[in-house]
Design a protein around this ligand. Structure first.
Ligand code: F6R
Length: 245
């Protein structure tokens, strides 16, 4: 794994935005796997700036998102479709027909099959952007005794519900289930880029970057099996995690 330690979270966001822009410039019709949550927001802001400055062109870019809450329609202001539209897609010259966020409504099995089909369509993602939960989850593959290969519906853990309550009016409003890309879909990407900041992630990041252990109790550790995986953390998080590299 490539472990990059930056001076600040803004520098991490700049590093990852540059990586994504370079990929698009090299392969204009590349396929990106995208994430939501607080972490990618500054990365998307930088990409919007680069697009406005004529430094990167999204016209042919294709995207697939990792996950979506069950029970929220795409126009709900806490749905991940809405998040992607308002934080990135509405502000760059991407063709929205080339973007995919799974549906959180309707038949869960059909939605999961559709997500896996989109992950496979036209070949693997050139780059999969990832955040990490305080418990080590990637997408919504939660920490526990087993993980699933295929896309599926996941029951969110208390830790995840608590962490995501900050985006909702009250904790009871956070959906308790979500549709998520499975571990196979994530690991099928040609390149994985996980970005993290904040002391709450220190334990999860310690297991990821210090030592060689792989465990279902920290799904991010499966990144160690991938031949082209990047972890981008700022110095404060690296110190909190005890990373000495
Ligand atoms: C979101 C996702 C999640 C988040 C994780 C961290 O699409 O896949 O795994 O990346 O919950 O969320 P933030 O960035 O809000 O700390």
């Amino acid at each position: 794994m490539h472990i990059i330690v930056t001076e600040s979270y803004d520098a991490s966001a700049a590093f990852v935005a540059d990586m994504i822009a370079e990929l698009i410039n090299k392969k204009p019709d590349c396929k990106l796997g995208l994430a939501t949550g607080g972490t990618p927001v500054p990365i998307y802001k930088k990409l919007i700036g680069k697009n406005a400055a004529g430094e990167v062109d999204f016209a042919q870019v294709r995207t697939v998102n990792l996950d979506e809450y069950c029970g929220l329609a795409g126009d709900h202001d806490q749905s991940y479709r809405y998040f992607m539209d308002t934080n990135l897609f509405d502000h760059v010259n991407i063709n929205k027909a080339n973007t995919f966020v799974a549906s959180g409504l309707g038949d869960p099995a059909a939605n999961a099959a559709e997500l896996d089909a989109k992950v496979a369509e036209g070949g693997p993602c050139d780059l999969q952007l990832l955040g990490i939960g305080n418990n080590g989850h990637i997408a919504f593959n939660e920490a526990g005794d087993c993980l699933k290969a295929e896309s599926h519906i996941e029951t969110l853990t208390e830790s995840t519900i608590r962490a995501n309550a900050r985006f909702f009016e009250k904790e009871e409003d956070v959906p308790t289930t979500a549709i998520t890309m499975g571990m196979k879909g994530i690991l099928s990407a040609k390149c994985l880029v996980l970005v993290a900041t904040g002391a709450a992630k220190a334990d999860a990041i310690r297991q990821l970057v210090c030592g060689g252990e792989i465990t279902t109790h920290n799904p991010s550790t499966f990144m160690k099996l991938h031949p082209n995986a990047w972890v981008v953390i700022d110095r404060a998080l690296a110190d909190a995690a005890g990373y000495k590299g």
